[in-house]
Design a protein around this ligand. Structure first.
Ligand SMILES: Cc1cc2nc3c(=O)[nH]c(=O)nc-3n(C[C@H](O)[C@H](O)[C@H](O)COP(=O)(O)OP(=O)(O)OC[C@H]3O[C@@H](n4cnc5c(N)ncnc54)[C@H](O)[C@@H]3O)c2cc1C
Length: 388
């Protein structure tokens, strides 16, 4: 008899895990997604929400047969980073792409196409759980059951919470979270630029904001501008021409004039770390387990690494173990939680360094950056880390 995995949340992490898990022998998979419809046609010219996918994430999507369409991806072959002091520039060049910029919509489209072609995952769209029950621990059965609003009940040998950073499943499971509200928003939008970006990602760390220019196909870029909530409200309310001028000015006119080619949106930024990721019959994955500041562009990369690791752990478990056994799920948690914590801490420290007005922080973000720029060995350590 098959064991059943129910995944709540059909975002990039939930869907990629569904595809990978459905290929494990003796496992059937069901996804519950609140949104009524899938991605559908790709937005033109580009979705305003993009990811900087690491080579490992691109490899995972390739492995599960869900590589985003090439025409919608742009490689990052070099990175330039500026501090707020004069000439504090750090530039990385790398033989292989450091990352690939891909629209959220293109990732979702590729995952949904693969799911349709495979046809072996049940997807309940426009559905959200109304309650969750756990079997009596005395019976030593770990199965969970999820009730939906239409009265149906889905039993799961393993329930995966991939329902994002405000996870309902995590709350029902009483899993505490450590959270930090950055009191800032990420403003995102796409622009056409006067000059070619040359496959270079650019980032400006200032004492009150972090701005990233990420290359898109052709002469286009996507920006993530992390600013205070008030500044984000102001930026998203600006007339188009003024916003373009502000974004070009904040980026030192590196790419000349800009014209807006997408809606402008803002997202609240917060760091969330779940205290534990596993209970009997239940595990957290993706943003439900960890959300990090987007300045390092690692959020979805961490989630794909979770999905890949969980499949590995389920595949390699002893033949006497069930997929919902706590010992199995703890193996996944041990393998992934530390990595997610480390990324969260590093991005936190980088952010604090840039927001601090202390003289040592100023020295580090300016002279320190110039120093690293002159040390090829130090730069290659940073590149290795970024491309993992
Ligand atoms: C401004 C900004 C920029 C970012 N840039 C990057 C970047 O460059 N690179 C990067 O790697 N990451 C980036 N991220 C982070 C990235 O967006 C997230 O890490 C990623 O979306 C997490 O995927 P997920 O599938 O875990 O969760 P989500 O994408 O949040 O998906 C959760 C899914 O669950 C569904 N859902 C929620 N609740 C329920 C429920 N109760 N029942 C059923 N379904 C439910 C939702 O509809 C959704 O489809 C950025 C984030 C922000 C805010």
């Amino acid at each position: 008899m098959s064991a059943r995995i129910v995944i709540v949340g059909g975002g990039p992490v939930g869907l990629s895990f569904a595809i990978a898990a459905s290929r494990l022998p003796g496992i059937e998979v069901c996804v519950i997604e609140r949104a009524a419809s899938g991605q559908g046609a790709l937005p033109q010219p580009f979705d305003h929400r993009v990811y900087a996918l690491s080579p490992a994430s691109m490899g995972f999507l390739d492995e599960i047969g869900a590589s985003p369409a090439r025409a919608r991806t742009a490689p990052v072959r070099a990175m330039q980073v500026w501090g707020d002091g004069e000439g504090s520039e750090l530039d990385f060049k790398h033989g292989q792409p450091l990352a690939t910029i891909v629209e959220h919509a293109a990732v979702m489209h590729a995952l949904e196409t693969r799911l349709t072609q495979d046809g072996n995952v049940e997807i309940r769209r426009g559905a959200a759980p109304v309650s969750m029950t756990t079997n009596d621990a005395a019976t030593n059965v770990n199965a969970r059951a999820i009730s939906l609003a239409d009265g149906s009940i889905l039993k799961a040998d393993l329930l995966i919470a991939a329902d994002g950073n405000r996870s309902q499943i995590r709350e029902w499971a009483d899993i505490p979270v450590r959270s930090k509200d950055y009191d800032s928003d990420g403003v995102v939008a796409n622009f056409r630029c006067e000059r070619s970006h040359g496959d270079v990602a650019r980032q400006w760390f200032k004492s009150d904001s972090v701005l990233a220019y990420l290359p898109l196909p052709g002469k286009h870029i996507s920006i993530v501008w992390s600013v205070t909530r008030d500044a984000a409200k102001e930026l998203t309310g600006l007339p188009e021409a003024e916003l373009c001028a502000r974004v070009a000015e904040a980026g030192n006119q590196e790419l000349g004039g800009l014209s807006l080619v997408s809606p402008v949106a803002r997202f609240p930024l917060a760091r969330i770390t779940a205290e534990n990721w596993a209970q009997p019959g239940l595990a957290l994955m993706g943003d439900a387990a960890h959300a990090v500041h987007p300045l390092a562009g690692q959020g979805v990369n961490l989630g794909f690494a979770d999905a890949r690791k969980m499949c590995e752990v389920l595949h390699d478990r002893s033949k006497f173990s069930r997929i919902g056994d706590l010992a199995v799920l703890r193996t996944y948690e041990r393998a992934r939680r530390e990595a997610a914590m480390a990324v969260g801490q590093v991005t936190d420290r980088m952010r604090s360094l840039y927001l601090s007005e202390s003289s040592s922080a100023r020295w580090l973000r300016n002279d320190g950056m110039r120093m690293i720029n002159r040390l090829p060995a130090a730069k290659s350590v940073l590149v290795d880390y970024a491309t993992r």
